[in-house]
Design a protein around this ligand. Structure first.
Ligand code: AMP
Ligand code: FES
Ligand code: ZN
Ligand code: ZN
Length: 312
């Protein structure tokens, strides 16, 4: 057993990539302070900003909401019920309970009610994998709610493992367009809210540890459609690298941000944004992706896999 670096009591909490042993109380302090440092490092937001946190009911997003509120930020929640049977029912209950616990406002989108179809129902008519059109829908509602309710910042709980797996995927195919957008803060533009990822430097294990120590009741199951996804495959590979050489993940990501991102950031394509003729949301085409999906569902047409999502 090691000793807590701060108070010296015996502990089995050890973070290899930082060579840091901490007791539960000091781990919580460390995790929250590290999030605050990330917020400052990337100038994500300030105490005067109104933040909408996208909360799935999982460990990362509930922890993020908890940390932001504890740090004194004005942060409300948005939960999107995807209609994936028990998984979505439990996710919503956990999110509602948590909102009550911290006494913050929670907005709820119910896809079945608000979009007219749940993810499993849309899946019947779609060629794309569920995670792809589900991501498009989630981004659409996040952006819509941020604008409708006057939040100028939209926070998601993407963690280091999420960022590194996407970074690896995009690097292996040298997708400069996607790489040029992979930064933990994207400014407000074209009617889309500022997007921030305050957990971008916290690993999945660190966030899970925080959730347990802060006694957050989260849904442990993963979305049933996530199984077999490419990002999950990359996450496993990266974990193997990390195990052999602790710190690899954080180095790969941090060095990308400091050395590579400045070189490619201006390669971000400039797009002209219109208002969707049907719903008024920002889009690159005449009719936004969501309205096209809705029409296709109504008229039973299949979506083509070449359609691009509107939201960055
Ligand atoms: P994912 O795309 O599932 O990896 O999720 C990325 C981020 O989106 C999470 O960290 C959450 O902040 C947010 N998110 C995911 N699912 C939901 C949901 N059902 N409702 C609201 N936010 C979500
Ligand atoms: Fe969207 Fe799984 S399909 S979270
Ligand atoms: Zn201690
Ligand atoms: Zn539209």
């Amino acid at each position: 057993m090691k000793k807590c670096l701060k108070c010296g009591i015996r502990t089995n909490i050890y973070i290899p990539q930082h060579r840091l042993a901490l007791c539960p109380e000091h781990y919580i302090n460390w995790f929250e302070a590290r999030t605050q440092r990330t917020i400052e490092e990337f100038k994500m937001f300030q105490k005067t900003d109104r933040i909408l946190v996208a909360v799935s009911g999982g460990k990362d997003s509930l922890s993020l909401w908890n940390v932001l509120v504890k740090l004194g930020y004005e942060a409300d929640g948005l939960h999107i019920n995807l209609g994936i049977s028990e998984y979505s029912e439990i996710s919503e209950i956990k999110t509602r309970n948590f909102a009550q616990r911290i006494g913050r406002k929670l907005h709820i989108v119910d896809l079945g009610r608000d979009f007219g179809r749940t993810i499993p129902q849309i899946k019947e008519n779609e060629r794309r994998p569920p995670c792809s059109f589900c991501g498009t829908l989630k981004r659409y509602y996040m952006n819509l709610y941020a604008r409708e309710y006057g939040y100028n910042v939209l926070a998601t709980a993407h963690n280091l493992d999420d960022e590194v797996s996407v970074l690896m995927l995009n690097t292996l195919s040298w997708n400069i367009e996607y790489l040029s957008r992979q930064f933990p803060v994207l400014p407000e533009e074209n009617g889309f809210a500022r997007k921030v990822k305050p957990f971008c430097k916290m690993s999945e294990k660190e966030a899970a540890m925080y959730a347990v120590l802060a006694q957050i009741d989260y849904i442990e199951d993963e979305c049933p459609f996530a199984e077999g996804s490419t990002t999950l495959h990359y996450k496993k590979l990266i974990s193997q690298l990390e195990e052999k050489s602790p710190g690899t993940k954080l180095r790969f990501y941090s060095e990308f941000l400091s050395k590579m991102y400045p070189v490619i950031k201006d390669r971000r394509p400039k797009t002209s944004i219109n208002r969707c003729k049907s719903c008024g949301e920002p889009t690159q085409s005449e009719i936004c992706m969501i309205c096209r999906m809705r029409n296709n569902l109504l008229y039973g047409k299949l979506q083509t896999s070449t359609d691009k999502a509107d939201n960055p």
